[in-house]
Design a binder for this molecule. Structure first.
Ligand code: KG4
Ligand code: ZN
Length: 337
């Protein structure tokens, strides 16, 4: 059974054809990076306008690469939340049009759950497990019970980890997207040159939460105060020390959450799951089995949307035309009074 997936929640315009929730026949990802680069961040209006220009061609290419036509597609799965509202509306409206015109069922997909599904496209993974979802908009540590049911244990209380990478990279003019640029530059840096602060929120319900605004401020405005007094003061050393601080915090919380909940399997997803230091650190943890998606399935893509959509469709989880886009999902972000 082939599902067409459509993803337009941020700055990747993507469509994919996936069979039986597993076999990726095509996964076309058209990135808008060049259009947002001059601003060192995703500009929502530019993102929506590029999606509306590209979406038709991207879907056509996904069908062509899969050597298939809409006649062979069982259902259309589309990301409807969370994300940039204007961007989401383009993919959702396009999917609704296809669904209406061709009489194909429509499946609404949550982008966060789709990220967590990504590694399932590549291997069999039994539930439950501890999920670590790290992206430009979210940082979530959760017990994943099923494809559609997660218990959030911890989130960021301010910036998402990817956002911190992006902001540090912007300040030091390291490159865009910031995560990739810092990851690369860190390879030539000394991660112990600066001892940046780690957030510690080890209290009650907040014990698995993370915070990145303090680290970001320290790296941007007070780096000298955290210098070890020996290593060279260089951007590469700042990048490597920042990366270590940002990722070590995540790893600590994730391992603690897994142990406290009796889970020995950890599955990561989202753009920051592409980070080489995170992957190396997790690989060195011998007490747990850690699964990462391949790099192409970490960042935004429609294959994960089609894969998740297949699971939902099998269970009769089909949307009607009142399905609307949602910028935020309260459960995925901690709000403090
Ligand atoms: O999942 P994603 O493509 O989009 C969102 O749903 O947000 O994640 C994008 C984020 C960006 O903040 C980007 O800087 C970060 O993932 N990222 C990385 C790496 N590759 C992408 N962060 C750290 N290391 C990387 N290698
Ligand atoms: Zn994403």
């Amino acid at each position: 059974m082939k599902i067409l997936g459509i993803e337009s929640s941020c700055d990747e315009c993507s469509a994919a054809v996936v069979e039986d929730g597993r076999r990726i026949h095509s996964n076309v990802i058209l990135s808008q990076i060049d259009f947002h680069k001059p601003y060192y961040g995703v500009v929502p209006e530019i993102a929506s306008r590029k999606h509306i220009e590209w979406i038709g061609a991207v879907v056509q290419e996904a069908l062509a690469k899969a050597a298939t036509t809409m006649a062979d597609i069982e259902a259309i799965a589309v990301t409807y939340r969370p994300g940039l509202i204007g961007s989401l509306l383009v993919g959702l409206s396009f999917a609704k049009g296809l669904s209406w015109g061709l009489g194909k069922p429509l499946v609404g997909v949550d982008h966060i759950l789709a990220h967590l599904y990504a590694p399932h496209l590549e291997r069999d993974i039994a539930y439950p497990y501890l999920g670590l979802l790290v992206s430009g908009g979210h940082t979530i540590i959760a017990v994943v019970e099923r494809h559609d049911r997660i218990q959030v244990l911890g989130t960021t209380i301010d910036d998402a980890v990817g956002e911190a990478f992006d902001k540090v990279a912007k300040f030091y003019d390291i490159g865009f997207p910031g995560g990739v640029a810092i990851d690369k530059l860190s390879a030539s840096g000394d991660a112990l040159a600066y001892r940046f602060p780690r957030s510690s929120l080890h209290k009650g319900d907040a014990r698995y939460d993370v915070s990145y605004s303090g680290l970001k401020t320290a790296v941007i405005h007070q780096s000298d105060s955290f210098w070890n007094g020996k290593a060279e003061k260089s951007i590469a050393n700042i990048a490597a020390s920042f990366q270590k601080a940002a990722i070590d915090t995540l790893v600590d919380r994730t391992l603690a959450a897994a142990a406290d909940n009796g889970l020995r399997r950890i599955v990561a997803g989202g753009g920051v799951a592409a980070n080489s230091y995170l992957r190396a650190r997790m690989a060195s943890e011998k007490e747990v089995e850690v699964i990462f998606p391949s790099l192409r399935l970490c960042t935004d893509n429609a294959a994960m949307v089609a894969g998740w959509g297949y699971r939902a469709y099998l269970e009769g989880n089909v949307a009607d035309f009142s399905l609307n886009a949602e910028a935020r999902v309260p459960m995925f972000k901690r709000t403090y009074p």
